[in-house]
Write a protein that binds this ligand. Structure first.
Ligand SMILES: N[C@@H](CCC[C@H](N)C(=O)O)C(=O)O
Length: 278
């Protein structure tokens, strides 16, 4: 089986593009192929499928075999893949995901996509729809406790669930310890991606992320979107901010005009290969 290895700011994916629909054993494939010692190694396995509603359809399976509704970095990679590999050779295209249809605009240099802008849609803030087990229109700076320590989180769904926690210094925060505990907290019925964020200025933040289903990653596109939404809702940031991640920067804007969140960032193809393990 041929595959392509891609990443968005170090959030890395195995892309497979020769299936018509999601295979039944997609979870098992993801677990084995994403293994960093016995497989190819990646944060997720991404299926690029035909779509009757958009130019291309994307399904993403986390490294632990769970399926995610949405993935910002993978949408950028899929858009680049679709353009560079001739599936949809146009600079404005659409990507179908479990969370809806994303509009995408490409910057093309020397015949290859270098930068991708994505309309990530409107954030979902109503507790039960995120889902967060708190019946409120918005879950803002709400206490959450783990191992005797209390944090405050803001709940945001960008199609997938996020809990954004503002901390003094995200760069030396113990993401592994607190992320792994909070991901599975009883307040999150479908688990959650956990962002630890420190605010440098109203237009700049540092973010570290513990992702549901794969652990700490170098970047999370939906997490960066959720972070700017939480920052703006709580008055900590403007609606437009630069999010510095371990793997690089994303430009995020929560537009006032349509309530949608727009994300701009790179996508990169690294190598292709053939998977031969059974
Ligand atoms: N890395 C992603 C999000 C991938 C899915 C996530 N782990 C989940 O289970 O929701 C991004 O760039 O948005």
């Amino acid at each position: 089986m041929n595959f392509t290895k891609m990443n968005g700011l170090g959030n890395d994916f195995i892309i497979v593009a020769h299936f018509e629909t999601l295979p039944e054993n997609a979870s098992d494939m993801a677990r084995v192929m994403c293994d960093r010692h016995f497989g190819i190694g990646a944060d997720g396995l991404v299926f690029v499928l035909p779509s009757d509603k958009a130019d291309v359809c994307m399904r993403i399976i986390n490294a632990d075999g769970s399926e995610a509704e949405q993935c910002g970095n993978a949408v950028r990679c899929v858009a680049k893949y679709a353009y560079d590999h001739g599936i949809a050779r146009k600079e404005a295209l659409t990507v179908e995901t479990l969370a809806g249809i994303q509009r995408v605009w490409l910057t093309v240099e020397n015949e290859k996509v270098s930068l991708v802008k994505v309309d990530m849609g409107a954030p979902i803030l109503y507790g039960p729809s995120i889902p967060v087990a708190i019946d409120r229109e918005q879950v803002i700076d709400h206490p959450i406790e783990a191992e005797g320590k209390t944090f405050s989180f803001t709940g945001v769904s960008m199609g997938n669930p996020h809990a954004v926690i503002f901390v003094d210094n995200a760069l030396d925060f113990d993401v592994e310890k607190w992320g792994s505990l909070l991901e599975k907290h009883s307040l999150f019925p479908n688990k959650a991606n956990i962002e630890f964020v420190s605010v440098t200025s109203p237009q700049e933040v540092e973010m570290r992320v513990w992702e549901r289903g794969c652990g700490q990653t170098f970047a999370c596109g939906t997490g960066a979107c959720a972070t700017v939404v939480a920052g703006a809702l709580t008055g900590r940031t403007n609606r437009r901010a630069l999010v510095h991640l371990k793997g690089g920067d994303l430009e995020i804007e929560w537009a006032e005009t349509d309530d949608h969140v727009y994300m701009i960032g790179p996508a990169e193809e690294v190598f292709t290969g053939t998977w031969c393990k059974r």
